[in-house]
Design a binder for this molecule. Structure first.
Ligand code: SF4
Ligand code: SF4
Length: 383
C-alpha cells in the first residue's frame, strides 16, 4: 500500500485538515452496516478511519473517494465521529498532493472548468441563461420577491433545463416576481468542497456572495438540495445571512397561501425518492409529499427506504463526476425499488438524483416502464 507519508507527519496533516475527529472512533463498525456501498460491494469506512488514525492513509486507490456523503452513517455512530468531515479531510490531502486515482481523475477537469467558467460541465458562461429562452424571465432586481438560482445542471443539462423551465412557469402562474443572475451565477461550490478543494469552494462562494450583496438579494429560491445545503449551512462561514428556500417547501407554501392552484390532473402512480441533501442533511421530508398529494389523480406509493432511511442515488460527495462501474450503482437499486412498488413515475427533487436515475432507466430492458420526474414537472403538468 502506498501511503502519503509515514505516521506522525500524516497524522498531523489529517489533524490540520479537520480530521481530528477520527480519534473518537472505537471501531464498532456500525457505520459500515448502514453504508449503501455494502449493498453493492464491500466497503469499510471503519477501516479508512482506522488507517488514518495510524497515518496509513492510502491515497492511490479509490477507497477514500467512495463516500457519497449521504449522511446515513454519522447518525448511527455512537461516538459522534464527524465521519463525513473526516473523510473530506483525507481528500484535502489528496487534492493538495495532486493525487487522483483513475476513476476520480475527472475531478481535475471539473475543477478547471469551475475555475474558468463557473460551472463543472465545461459550458460557456454566456449560455448560462439559455434555459430561459422565450420564457420572459428577467434579470434579478432588488424590488423582486426572490432570486431564482437554478444551479449548474438546470442551467446547462438538456434533461434538467426542463426542470428549470417548469419551475419558471409555476412561478409565473403563481404571480411571483422573480429574476435570475444569468451569466453572473456561479456554481454554489458544495460538491467541489466535498472533493477536498476548499480553496476553490471559497472562491466560488465569495463570488456568489459578492453578487448577492451587490444585487440586494434577500431571498434565494433554489432547485438543488446541494445549493440549498451550502447556502443555508455553509455560506454563513462568510458572515452573511440570506433567506434560502428550496423549491419543494416553496411549492407547499404557494399552495397553502392559495397563490398557486392546481386545476389539472396527473393520473399516475408515483413514488417519491428523498434526496440525501434535502432529507437527511436538512430534514425536508413532508413538504414534497404534501405537494404531490395535492395533485388530483396522483397516487402516492412509498418505497421501503424512505425518509431518513432513504437510499442514496450515488451522486453526492463529488461522485456525480466520477465513474461508478456497472453493478455498483445505487440508482439501479433505487429504480428496482420504484418498479417493485408498481410506480409509473419515480419523482424526486434533486438534479443529481434525476441524472443518475435517468442513466439507470436508460439501461433498463424496458426503459419506457417508468418515468423520472422532478416534482416541479409534475406540478407544471397539473396547472
Ligand atoms: S460507527 Fe462511529 S465509532 Fe463505530 S466504527 Fe463507525 S466511526 Fe467508528
Ligand atoms: S456518509 Fe454514506 S456513503 Fe459515506 S461512509 Fe457514511 S453511509 Fe457510506
Amino acid at each position: 500500500m502506498e501511503t502519503v507519508a509515514p505516521l506522525q507527519e500524516i497524522i498531523d496533516v489529517i489533524k490540520a485538515s479537520g480530521g481530528d475527529a477520527f480519534k473518537f472512533c472505537y471501531q464498532c463498525g456500525l457505520c459500515d452496516t448502514v453504508c449503501p456501498w455494502n449493498r453493492v460491494r464491500s466497503f469499510s469506512m471503519r477501516r479508512i478511519i482506522r488507517e488514518a488514525t495510524f497515518g496509513l492513509t492510502d491515497i492511490e486507490t479509490e477507497e477514500m473517494w467512495r463516500c457519497t456523503t449521504c449522511g446515513n452513517c454519522p447518525r448511527q455512530c455512537p461516538r459522534g465521529v464527524k465521519i463525513i468531515e473526516a473523510g473530506v479531510s483525507l481528500r484535502r490531502i489528496s487534492t493538495e498532493y495532486g493525487v487522483f486515482p483513475a476513476p476520480v481523475s475527472p475531478v481535475k477537469g471539473v475543477a478547471a472548468s469551475l475555475l474558468g467558467k463557473g460551472n463543472p460541465l465545461g459550458e460557456d458562461r454566456d449560455k448560462r441563461a439559455g434555459w430561459a429562452e422565450g420564457l420572459g424571465v428577467k434579470p434579478y432586481s432588488e424590488e423582486m420577491e426572490l432570486l431564482y438560482f437554478p444551479g449548474c445542471y438546470l442551467c446547462y443539462d438538456p434533461r434538467l433545463k426542463k426542470v428549470a423551465r417548469a419551475t419558471a412557469s409555476i412561478l409565473q402562474k403563481a404571480g411571483v416576481s422573480f429574476g435570475i443572475l444569468g451569466d453572473q451565477e456561479n456554481c454554489c461550490g458544495e460538491s467541489i468542497r466535498k472533493t477536498g478543494d476548499e480553496e476553490l469552494f471559497k472562491r466560488l462562494a465569495r463570488e456568489n456572495i459578492k453578487r448577492f450583496v451587490s444585487g440586494g438579494v434577500r431571498r434565494i429560491l433554489v432547485s438543488s438540495p446541494h445549493c440549498y445545503h451550502t447556502f443555508k449551512n455553509e455560506y454563513g462561514e462568510f458572515m452573511v445571512n440570506f433567506e434560502v428556500v428550496h423549491i419543494a417547501p416553496y411549492l407547499s407554501e404557494l399552495l397553502a397561501s392559495g397563490r398557486l392552484e392546481l386545476r389539472g390532473e396527473y393520473g399516475k402512480k408515483v413514488t417519491y425518492h428523498d434526496p440525501c441533501y434535502l432529507g437527511r442533511h436538512n430534514g425536508v421530508y413532508e413538504e414534497p409529499r404534501s405537494v404531490l398529494r395535492q395533485v388530483a389523480g396522483l397516487e402516492l406509493e412509498e418505497m421501503a427506504d424512505r425518509f431518513e432511511d432513504s437510499l442514496c442515488c450515488g451522486g453526492g460527495g463529488g461522485r456525480i463526476w466520477m465513474e461508478t462501474v456497472k453493478g455498483e450503482r445505487f440508482s439501479d437499486l433505487r429504480l428496482a425499488q420504484a418498479l417493485g412498488v408498481g410506480a409509473e413515475v419515480l419523482a424526486t427533487s434533486c438534479p443529481y438524483c434525476i441524472t443518475h436515475f435517468e442513466e439507470s432507466r436508460i439501461a433498463l430492458e424496458d426503459s419506457a416502464s417508468i418515468e423520472i420526474k422532478d416534482i416541479t414537472e409534475i406540478v407544471a403538468d397539473a396547472l
